[in-house]
Design a protein. Structure first.
Length: 558
C-alpha cells in the first residue's frame, strides 16, 4: 500500500498525483510535447513548481532530459503523447542509456479499455522501450503511480545510471484518486565501501608493475572523483589519460595528464598505453570505446575501479576488480601502494605534441578555416568552466582530441551511441542546468539541421545559447572514413540554407565568418549577446586526411 497523508480525503485525478510525485523527486523541468491523451498531466503541471519546456520535436525533449541528467546527476524528464510521439523519444532515450545518464521518459498510452485489441494508435510501447532502458512498464492503476515513479527515479539514478520508461494509459491519467495518496519517501542509494582484500590485491599488482597507466572514464566524472584522482596520480606518480566522455575529470594542464584516448587512429596518447603493463581503469565503461585500441594483445593487467563490475571483453581481462565508491577506492589504494613511479619522458612528449598542434592552429590563417584553428579559437573564447557540446561527426573528433578541458562535464559528447543532432537541444538543457556558464553547441551542418527547429524553443523560452556551425556541405566524418578505407567518398554532399537568415527567422542573432581573423572576435561577440546566437564558420576538412596520414606514419611520440 502507498503511504497516505493525514487529513480528510477528497477527489483529485491521477495526473495531479503524478505531478506531485515528480515534485517530490525534485524535478525542475519536464521537456516535451503535449498530446490529446496526456492533456490532464500537462495541465496539472501549471499548478506545480515544475517548468514545462515545450519543444519542437520529441527527440529534442529526450536529448534535453539527457544533458540535464548528465550535468546534475538527477534524472531529466521527457514527456510525449502515445504512438508516434513516444517513438520519437527513443533515440534520446537510447543515447542516455548508452551514455550512462539518468532519464525518466513518460508517455501516454491508449486506455486500458482498448489496449488489448487492434485500435487507433495502439503500439506496444513498453516492448519497444525495454531494449533501450533499464526498466520499462505501464501503469495499470492510478494508485500504482507513487510506487512506480519512485522505482523509475531510483532505477534511473542508481549506478549504472540510464533511462527508464513509464507508459500512462489515457483512462488511468484522468482517473479519480484519493487526494491523500502521497509520493513515497526517497531513499538514497549509497555506494558501498571497497573490499580491503581487493584493495590489497590491486596494491600488489601496482607494486610489481613496470609502467602502470591510469584511464579515467565517464564513471569517474559521475562519481565526483576528480580530486581523488588527482591525489592518486600525484601520490603514485602515474600518468592519466581519459576517455572522450571522461574529459575534464583530470585537468589537461596537469603535469601527469596524457590527454584523451578514443580517436579513430593510433594517436599520441596511445603510445602511453603501448608502453604500459598495468592499466588502472577508473570509472571506465566499454561503451565509451573499444579496449582493443589500448590493449590490442590482451596482455596488460587491468585493475577495474568502479561502482559496478566490468563488462566482459577479451581485450579487457580484469586482474582485480574494486567495486565501490570510486573516491574512497582511490584513497585506500593510494595509501596501500608504497611506491612512486616516474611520469616524465613519454608523458611530457605526448603533451608537447598536442600543445604544438593547438599552437599551430592558432596561427593557421587559411580560409575556409582549418579545424585546428577553430578548436584553438573556441578554447580562447571559453572559460575553464564554460560548457561546449560537440555534436557527433568530424566536429567531435577534432574537439574531443584537441580541445583542452580542465573541469568535468565541460566538453560533452555522445560516445555511447554517438547520436547526431543532440548538441542544439542539449545546449538548452545545459544552460538551464548551469545558468551561470556560457554554453556553446559546436555542430556540423549535417547534425545541426537534424534538430535545428529547437532554436525556436531556445528563443521562446529565453535560454541564451550560442550555436557554432562547422560548415562543409557534407557529412564530413563519413567522407573522412570512406576516404581512409576506400580511397574515395560518395553520397555525402548536400546543400545548405543561408544560416544567417535561417537563425534570424527564428528571432536569433545570425553571423557568418568570412576570414580566419574574423572568427574569434565574432565568436566572442556571439557569446556575449543577449538571447540566442548562431555563428557559421566554413571549415576545410582536407586537414582530416592530413591528420590521419600523419598519425599513421608515427612510430613513437617523438
Amino acid at each position: 500500500m502507498s503511504r497516505r497523508t493525514t487529513g480528510s480525503a477528497h477527489q483529485a485525478n491521477a495526473a495531479q498525483l503524478l505531478v506531485r510525485t515528480l515534485e517530490a523527486e525534485g524535478v525542475e523541468y519536464v521537456f516535451g510535447i503535449p498530446g490529446e491523451e496526456n492533456i490532464h498531466f500537462v495541465n496539472a503541471l501549471n499548478d506545480s513548481s515544475i517548468r514545462y519546456v515545450l519543444v519542437r520535436h520529441e527527440q529534442g525533449a529526450a536529448f534535453m532530459a539527457e544533458i540535464y541528467g548528465r550535468l546534475t546527476g538527477k534524472a531529466g524528464v521527457a514527456s510525449a503523447t502515445l504512438g508516434p510521439g513516444a517513438i520519437n523519444l527513443q533515440l534520446g532515450v537510447a543515447d542516455a542509456t548508452t551514455n550512462s545518464t539518468p532519464v525518466v521518459a513518460i508517455s501516454a498510452q491508449v486506455g486500458l479499455d482498448r489496449i488489448y485489441k487492434e485500435s487507433h494508435q495502439i503500439v506496444d510501447l513498453v516492448s519497444l522501450f525495454r531494449p533501450i532502458t533499464k526498466w520499462a512498464e505501464l501503469a495499470p492503476t492510478a494508485e500504482a503511480l507513487p510506487e512506480m515513479v519512485r522505482k523509475a527515479f531510483k532505477t534511473a539514478q542508481t549506478e549504472r545510471p540510464g533511462a527508464v520508461y513509464l507508459a500512462i494509459p489515457e483512462d488511468v491519467e484522468e482517473a479519480p484518486v484519493d487526494a491523500a495518496l502521497a509520493p513515497l519517501k526517497i531513499n538514497v542509494v549509497r555506494p558501498q565501501e571497497p573490499s580491503p582484500a581487493q584493495i590489497a590485491r590491486a596494491a600488489d599488482v601496482i607494486a610489481m608493475a613496470r609502467q602502470p597507466i591510469v584511464l579515467a572514464g565517464h564513471g569517474a566524472t559521475r562519481a565526483g572523483a576528480g580530486q581523488a584522482l588527482v591525489w592518486f596520480a600525484e601520490k603514485l606518480g602515474l600518468p592519466v589519460a581519459t576517455t572522450f566522455n571522461g574529459k575534464g575529470v583530470f585537468p589537461d594542464d596537469h603535469r601527469n595528464a596524457l590527454g584523451p584516448v578514443g580517436f579513430m587512429r593510433h594517436d599520441y596518447v596511445n603510445f602511453g598505453f603501448d608502453e604500459a603493463d598495468v592499466l588502472i581503469a577508473v570509472g571506465y565503461e566499454l561503451q565509451e570505446f573499444d579496449p582493443v585500441k589500448i590493449n590490442p594483445h590482451a596482455d596488460k593487467k587491468i585493475i577495474h575501479i568502479h561502482g559496478f563490475p566490468a563488462e566482459v571483453d577479451d581485450h579487457y581481462p580484469v586482474e582485480v576488480g574494486i567495486q565501490g565508491d570510486i573516491s574512497r577506492s582511490l584513497r585506500q589504494l593510494g595509501e596501500a601502494v608504497h611506491r612512486r613511479f616516474d611520469v616524465t619522458g613519454t608523458g611530457e612528449k605526448i603533451r608537447r605534441l598536442i600543445r604544438e598542434e593547438l599552437e599551430q592552429g592558432r596561427h593557421e590563417d587559411g580560409f575556409p578555416l582549418s579545424p585546428r584553428r577553430v578548436v584553438a579559437d573556441i578554447r580562447e573564447a571559453m572559460g575553464r568552466e564554460d560548457i561546449v557540446l560537440a555534436d557527433t561527426g568530424a566536429v567531435k573528433m577534432w574537439m574531443a582530441r584537441m580541445y583542452p578541458t580542465y573541469e568535468p562535464n565541460t566538453l560533452l559528447v555522445s560516445n555511447g551511441l554517438s547520436s547526431m543532432g543532440f548538441a542544439v537541444p542539449g545546449a538548452i538543457a545545459a544552460k538551464l542546468a548551469r545558468p551561470d556558464r556560457k554554453v556553446l553547441a559546436a555542430t556540423g551542418d549535417g547534425a545541426f539541421l537534424m534538430n535545428s527547429q529547437e532554436l525556436e524553443t531556445a528563443v521562446r523560452e529565453n535560454v541564451p545559447i550560442t550555436v557554432l556551425i562547422w560548415e562543409d556541405n557534407a557529412y564530413g566524418l563519413i567522407g573522412w572514413k570512406m576516404e581512409l578505407e576506400l580511397g574515395t567518398s560518395s553520397h555525402v554532399g548536400f546543400g545548405n540554407p543561408d544560416f544567417v537568415k535561417y537563425a534570424e527567422s527564428f528571432g536569433a542573432h545570425g553571423h557568418r565568418v568570412a576570414s580566419a581573423d574574423e572568427f574569434l572576435p565574432t565568436l566572442r561577440k556571439a557569446l556575449a549577446e543577449d538571447g540566442v546566437s548562431v555563428v557559421t564558420v566554413p571549415v576545410d576538412y582536407s586537414h582530416n586526411l592530413q591528420l590521419t596520414d600523419k598519425l599513421g606514419e608515427l612510430t613513437g611520440p617523438f
